[in-house]
Design a protein around this ligand. Structure first.
Ligand code: IPE
Ligand code: IPE
Ligand code: MG
Length: 245
């Protein structure tokens, strides 16, 4: 039985979030520029989008650029932004052919105008697709997202739209940039780092975590399916006892 068939016999997570890490080390090990790692990483993104759609995952979120990544050397930031524009432009047709919807989360207004324009076009042009949703996190960090949510909650309270008694987990979720997207059931991080790096802190409260030593450019369909198979073997207790499940 193929891994794909094995996965489809069990419960498939609705939302998988991925911290794509290790592009630089992948390149360095090969004596290449870091940028080559990012470029090869794009091929992993394409492979995972295909693999996710094939087993009916509904949402995949890719952490592509964090708030903290603005502190990288300007040349690398510029190269990443250029790669983003080029990739989004060249993928719109294929996203549409595969019924994939593109969404973006993060402080989009902080991105170069060229990236904002390309993102806008791709999100509008794929908005009608109801297959897999690909969420790309750009200039994103959880603490930015919390800060932004608190600011907007206070504004709405001042306008009289909400008050103290309305505050609930659900309401807070509505003010997150992931509004309308179910929480990830599985969070994957590549490259052997065991940290969250300011990613989806509110949303991963009960996610299953999966860490792999593989660098992102080496993380493809087979590795993605291994992560889902591992997820399927876990018992998610949500505070209850095993007997209650
Ligand atoms: C992940 O790979 C890509 C981004 C954060 C944009 P890195 O560029 O962090 O690669 P390493 O961690 O230096 O190997
Ligand atoms: C996390 O990778 C951010 C993204 C994958 C976009 P980093 O390589 O920036 O993470 P740290 O700084 O090593 O934790
Ligand atoms: Mg890294």
């Amino acid at each position: 039985m193929s891994k794909q068939e094995e996965i489809q016999k069990g419960y498939v997570p609705e939302h998988v979030a991925i911290i794509m890490d290790g592009n630089g080390r992948w390149a360095k090990e090969r004596g290449l520029e870091r940028f080559m790692g990012h470029q090869e990483g794009v091929n992993s993104v394409k492979a995972i989008v295909e693999a996710a759609a094939a087993v009916n995952v509904k949402y995949v979120t890719f952490y592509a650029f964090s708030t903290e990544n603005w502190n990288r050397p300007k040349a690398e930031v510029d190269a990443l932004m250029g790669l983003l524009v080029k990739t989004i432009k060249s993928e719109i047709l294929s996203l549409n052919n595969n019924n994939v919807r593109l969404l973006a989360i993060g402080n989009i207004a902080e991105l170069p105008v060229s990236v904002q324009e390309e993102l806008h076009e791709a999100t509008v042009e794929t908005a009608h697709n109801d297959g897999l949703s690909v969420v790309i996190a750009l200039s994103y960090s959880s603490r930015w997202e919390f800060r932004n949510a608190v600011e907007r909650i206070i504004k709405d309270a001042k306008l009289g739209l909400i008050s103290e008694e309305h505050i609930s987990d659900e309401l807070i979720s509505q003010y997150m940039s992931t509004k309308g997207i179910p929480d990830p059931e599985l969070l994957i991080r590549t490259s052997g780092e065991y940290r969250i790096s300011n990613f989806l802190l509110w949303q991963i409260a009960y996610s299953e975590l999966y860490f792999t030593k593989k660098y992102w450019p080496d993380f493809r369909k087979d590795e993605f399916y291994d992560a889902i198979i591992d997820f399927q073997q876990r018992e998610r207790r949500f505070g209850k006892t095993s007997e209650q499940i």
